[in-house]
Ligand binder design. Sequence first.
Ligand SMILES: [Zn+2]
Length: 336
Amino acid sequence: MPFPGIIGQTAVKKRLGEALTGQPGHAYVFTGPRGIGRRSLAMLFAQGLLCEQPDEDGPCFNCTACHHFQNQVHPDFRRLSLEKKEKNIKVERVRHQISADMSMQPQFGNRKVYLIPVDDLNEQGQNALLKSLEEPPPYVCFLLTVEQLDRLLPTIRSRVVPLIMQRLNREEITAILREKQAGDPAAWPFYASFSGGIPGVAVDFAGSEWFGSLRQECLDLYDSLGQAGRARLLTSGFDFFERNREQTSLLLDLLGSLIRDQMVCLTGGADLTNSDQLDLLKRQPVYRLSSEQARVRLDRAYLAILSAQRGLTANASFELLVCQLLLTLRKELIHA
Ligand SMILES: [Zn+2]
């Protein structure tokens, strides 16, 4: 799929197209959150750099170099990645697969391309990479990927051209979900919003059963806040958090999105994350309060979510954190 077939990232695609039809640099870094599409675009650019007749839309997909690349047998392309049980890519592998390899001329065309996920290198690994970046042979091009630019050693950062990947808008994410036929189309607007503009997150969540059932349980919990007595809420609500302890931050995000939507509903806005849950939002007692009263309560409920998120990162007591949250939500949202 050439550049125009990739949804979003207009600015980065334009720069890559210009590089392919002009004089490409020796080192680029694709930066952005996990799931944004750094590696896919870097792979496409790598293929374009090795292609015999690339244009501003990327590689031709027809030449021998493109065929080799797509069959993963192009001799002048190397991609470093974590091996089983590796926490970081070993320094020896950086030295062997890059530093030693790059001194050998390209076998096929007139370039060699190395794709390196810097998030998987520790400082030693980055230092080994720096040696290669300092004086590369003229035919070498490095493509790095990293979540945040400040993860790069300053000495590496000053030698690479940054390509900053942008979050996608809801229409673009929905188009990707449609393309992949990921999960239930009725929930696509939710995933398009909840993913925060990161297509990989939207596709993963929309296509996974565990996330679907986690969300459903979260909706049930939100719905039950008013009906369950205090003691029962603490038992069943706590049990839910306990069973999904590893996902607490995600649960808080889900609950937070409902409270934010509840605020939007109150002001008659239509920009909801949980637009498929309008009935649930409208049957909450807080929805029937005067808008001023409701606003104050929703603010406090939302602050409770933020405070739980902070407690989580500060390693506060899990039991205390969950119980306080449940009681605050019940008090503010439901129990007048
Ligand atoms: Zn080609």
